[in-house]
Design a protein around this ligand. Structure first.
Ligand code: ADP
Ligand code: MG
Length: 730
């Protein structure tokens, strides 16, 4: 880009006006779910018997026969065609970062030379997309190339534009999961079963436990014109170079500030579209970094919440463009300011209430509360390395462990009151407990927990897994990640913890120990065991790194090595017990993780190399020549002694430019050499490690010199929009 073009583009960006979104004539409660085949619509478009059957399928996991599916499909088609729909697609979540779809028109030959609209139960239930190019980690090349998508009735179908979207799982011919949804559903089922069993100690009538997820989505907006002139943003989603702007987030003036008009109109548009698709948007605000924002809906059942997050991310990108923006979901689009994450608020609930909610009305409620808290800690403790692996990616690695985001060590924050309760329980002897039991009617002292506890946990922002009143908030998830990856591990690990818990309690009961006493004994044992995971201090501090190591927590930071945790025996066993993954599925998925890591770094390195060689060095050299010219001219005009004095600063700059450009050119060459070496490595894990160790760090060390040049070279010549231009929407 020529410098004049840069100024034109920047100028245009600053002149842009908000695209006004007309307020809808209805209230959100009227248009919520307008494009979703909700229960209400099922009731309207399906025969009563079929409607009842569908409710049984959705609520109780009953199986669906083809005849019923045919009737459901006919009802759906009628509803969809009234909205002008002409196509349908299975909508699934392969192991890439987004969703996949392949549209088929409703039409068939009518046998009389014309066409009719057809949509059968079979099309609804199952399809076989020719999906041989989706990542499969070798599963499909070794067995059979087919992949099947199968309808997930628990997530309602919806309409986007002229297409009926059907949420599906995606599996191989031999049944291995090739997506996020299939294992997520298995993990949700496992935790339902295990938690229901444990719940029955307290409430014998419980039939079902639901896993809830409320995500908070952070994102950046940049002007579309500026975005288009940055090859790095365009191809990798982040800026690979760019000096910090003099002012960024130091003044904390963006956080919760008033929302710029252009952005407010975008948000309004986004929320209307999201509500129409049944996403229950609730909160929006400016985030810490300039141009950074957040959207959070009301929490929902985890499977549905994951689908809604995937849908929202694609909506965000689409609607941003309508408003002349690009929405960046990368975890670290800009150096020097906060990156974006996705907080996953997680809880378990029965149909009557949240299990992590305490204190309750009865002593049994309180014991249930403590049990579920402690077993969550056990799950997080046993699998802290694996949980980290579940949120780790080439892009999220830039954010974790910086002093802005959760550290790369998983620990849990409980707050003062809950910590006190656990400590009290731990230090009470059996006899004392029995004593308390007899004196206070088994009250455990827990009724003394002040009511305050519920909303009053401190907000420790440095903890990756914090108790926040009636839920845990897992804060380490990447902004562009599929939440399912973390939710699969968390729910499966919780299921395992609860299964273990129940086995040990039952063993005591069998020996004749009173049920309440047995539960207490195991809870106390577990409070002791999982102690190392509990940390209420400052997760950003240096001391915590050392302390965590002493406690035996996983402190590994190298992304490819963190992935190893999936293949630990303890992980494989946990996934097998809960029927979430078989070993070959985990192996295949890890292959994909390593491959994806390598490709991401490889693409960044290539783009970065091109930008350095084609944009930065030529411009710096041109500016250097101008300086050299000036030196000669000064020598012509002034006497030698004076000229030397006047030229001193230019000579210094000329030297500096040479130093920086030489460093850049030499190291880009070296980086290419390192890539050649790494590319010859066959083993995908070893290759990813080589990319991590020998290529990724060079992007940083070379960048330093590019950013220094940005400070020296004439602003008019600089070919790329700078941070100060990218980051402040007017
Ligand atoms: P904050 O930024 O203060 O953490 P937000 O209001 O932005 O809080 O988001 C909180 C999220 O937690 C929302 O999505 C909310 O619906 C969700 N949430 C609240 N209670 C629960 C719960 N029991 N289980 C799961 N998610 C919950
Ligand atoms: Mg939060």
């Amino acid at each position: 880009m020529s410098s004049t073009l840069r100024f034109e583009v920047v100028g245009e960006a600053f002149k842009k006006k908000a695209v006004e979104v007309p307020a809808p004539s209805e209230r959100p409660s009227d248009f919520f779910g307008k494009y979703v085949f909700t229960r209400q619509k099922m009731f309207k478009y399906l025969p009563a018997e079929v409607y009842k059957k569908m409710c049984d399928v959705i609520d109780n996991g009953a199986s669906l026969d083809l005849q019923t599916a045919d009737v459901v499909a006919a009802g759906m088609k009628k509803w969809a065609m009234e909205l002008g729909v002409t196509h349908c697609t299975h909508w699934f979540q392969p192991l890439t970062e987004g969703t996949a779809e392949k549209h088929d028109a409703f039409v068939e030959h009518d046998g009389k030379g014309g066409m009719i609209e057809v949509f059968s139960g079979k099309q609804l239930i199952q399809q076989e997309p020719d999906a041989s190019s989706f990542p499969n980690g070798g599963i499909r090349s070794t067995f059979e190339a087919r992949g099947y998508s199968a309808w997930d009735p628990a997530s309602p179908v919806f309409v986007i534009g002229d297409t009926l979207m059907i949420p599906t799982i995606f599996i191989s011919y031999t049944g291995e999961a090739l997506d996020y949804k299939a294992p997520l559903k298995k993990a949700i089922h496992a935790v339902d079963k295990a938690a229901t069993d444990v719940c029955r100690y307290f409430y014998p009538d419980v039939k079902k436990v639901i896993s809830n997820l409320g995500w908070e989505q952070e994102y950046f907006l940049v002007d579309e014109g500026l975005y288009a002139t940055r090859p790095d943003l365009l191809m990798t989603g982040r800026t690979l170079m760019g000096h910090e702007s003099a002012k960024n987030q130091q003044m904390d003036d963006h956080y919760f500030g008033s929302i710029p008009e252009r952005v407010a109109e975008f948000m309004k548009d986004l929320e209307i579209r999201a509500l129409e698709l049944g996403i229950p948007c609730k909160t929006r605000h400016n985030e810490v970094a300039p141009n950074q924002f957040e959207l959070a809906p009301i929490y929902e059942e985890t499977n549905l919440a994951v689908d809604h997050n995937m849908l929202l991310m694609s909506l965000m990108k689409r609607i941003a463009r309508k408003h002349g923006f690009r929405c960046l979901l990368h975890e670290k689009p800009f150096a020097g300011i906060n990156g974006s994450g996705k907080h996953n608020n997680w809880s378990l609930a029965t149909d009557t209430g949240i299990l992590l909610h305490g204190p309750g009305k009865t002593p049994m409620d309180n014991l249930r509360f403590i049990t579920f808290i402690v077993e969550t800690l056990m799950a997080v403790y046993r699998h802290n390395g694996l949980l980290k692996a579940s949120i780790m990616s080439a892009t999220n690695a830039h954010r974790l462990g910086g002093h802005e985001a959760p550290p790369a060590i998983i620990s849990s924050f409980l707050g003062q009151q809950l910590s006190d309760i656990l400590e009290h329980l731990e230090n009470t002897t059996d006899d004392e407990l029995i004593d308390i039991a007899s004196k206070h009617g088994m009250k455990l002292d827990i009724p003394q927990i002040p009511e305050l506890l519920i909303d009053n946990t401190d907000r420790n922002r440095t903890s990756p897994f914090a108790f926040t009143g009636n839920r845990f908030e897992f804060r380490a998830i990447g902004s562009q990640a599929n939440c399912a990856a973390a939710m699969i591990v968390l729910n499966a690990a919780m299921a395992e913890a609860l299964i273990n818990f129940r086995t040990r309690v039952d063993a005591l009961i069998e020996k004749g120990v009173d049920k309440t006493k047995a539960i207490l004994q195991i809870v106390r044992e577990d409070i002791k065991t999982c102690k190392p995971i509990h940390f209420d201090g400052n997760g950003y501090s240096e001391e915590w790194q050392e302390e965590a190591k002493r406690r035996g927590l996983d402190t590994e930071r190298s992304c490819p090595l963190v992935f190893d945790r999936y293949l630990d025996e303890s992980s494989v066993k946990m996934f097998e017990i809960t029927h979430v993954f078989k070993r070959n599925e985990i192996e295949a998925r890890n292959e994909i993780k390593w491959e994806t890591y390598t490709k991401k770094v490889q693409i960044e390195a290539r783009i970065f190399g091109d930008m350095c060689m084609n944009h930065i060095i030529p411009v710096a050299t041109r500016y250097q020549s101008a300086l050299i010219d000036n030196v000669h001219k000064v020598q012509e005009v002034f006497p030698a002694e004076k000229a030397e004095k006047l030229n001193a600063k230019n000579i210094l700059l000329i030297e500096k430019i040479s130093e920086h450009t030489s460093f850049i050119a030499e190291n880009i060459t070296q980086m290419i050499e390192n890539r050649k070496v790494a590319n010859r490595i066959e083993n995908v894990r070893e290759k990813a490690i080589a990319y991590h160790d020998t290529i990724a760090p060079m992007l940083e060390s070379i960048r330093y010199h590019v950013d220094k040049l940005e400070l020296i070279v004439d602003d008019e010549m600089w070919p790329l929009p700078k941070y100060r231009e990218l980051l402040f929407i007017r």
